[in-house]
Design a protein around this ligand. Structure first.
Ligand SMILES: Nc1nc2c(c(=O)[nH]1)N[C@H]1C(S)=C(S)[C@@H](COP(=O)(O)O)O[C@H]1N2
Ligand SMILES: [Mo]
Length: 158
């Protein structure tokens, strides 16, 4: 039977406000849970992406923004190192249930730079703005991969 997959592109009215004030980000693999803080993300090598737009046909485009943070690839490399080979995909999900799935091939694609952005225009993002936000520059459809308020990063093993 076909099951609706909330992590695949679908039409969506963006939630304007965070699901909760709780800034916790959990990195999950099987039964193991590792708490990720903004301070930790800011301690990793940072990448700055200028000229980012949050594009939405239905509700307008905003930007340009400059987002800064570790790339998702740097974060995964830091956490899993040579075990990266055993990973199939990653689910980046917010407490409001909104999220996207990133395939390992996309993560390692040198022409794709995905950020775990902690800063917007040189300032730490407020919780309202997303706090830690996934930036996928290649997605210019309906902002359906630009996940605000990241709450879980679920690692799916091969
Ligand atoms: N957690 C979460 N992230 C989300 C959404 C959402 O509802 N929840 N909506 C997406 C959609 S559809 C859009 S258009 C943008 C809106 O981003 P903005 O509020 O920064 O303009 O956020 C994206 N990221
Ligand atoms: Mo959107």
């Amino acid at each position: 039977m076909h099951e609706h997959d909330p992590l695949q592109p679908h039409s969506h009215d963006p939630n304007p406000a965070p699901p909760s004030p709780d800034p916790t980000i959990e990195l999950k693999l099987g039964d193991s849970v590792d708490a990720i803080t903004v301070t930790y993300l800011r301690s990793l090598p940072q990448t700055r992406l200028s000229n980012c737009y949050i594009v939405s046909t239905g509700h307008g485009t905003s930007g340009p923004f400059t987002f800064t943070g570790p790339t998702l690839a740097v974060f995964m490399q830091e956490k899993f190192g040579d075990r990266l080979d055993s990973i199939a995909s990653i689910e980046v999900v917010s407490g409001d249930g909104f999220g996207t799935r990133v395939q390992m091939a996309e993560l390692l694609d040198p022409s794709e730079t995905m950020l775990l952005a902690c800063e917007m225009n040189g300032q730490p993002m407020t919780r309202e703005q997303g706090l830690v936000r996934l930036i996928v520059p290649s997605e210019t459809d309906d902002a359906l991969r630009q996940v605000k308020w990241i709450g879980e990063i679920r690692v799916v093993a091969r």
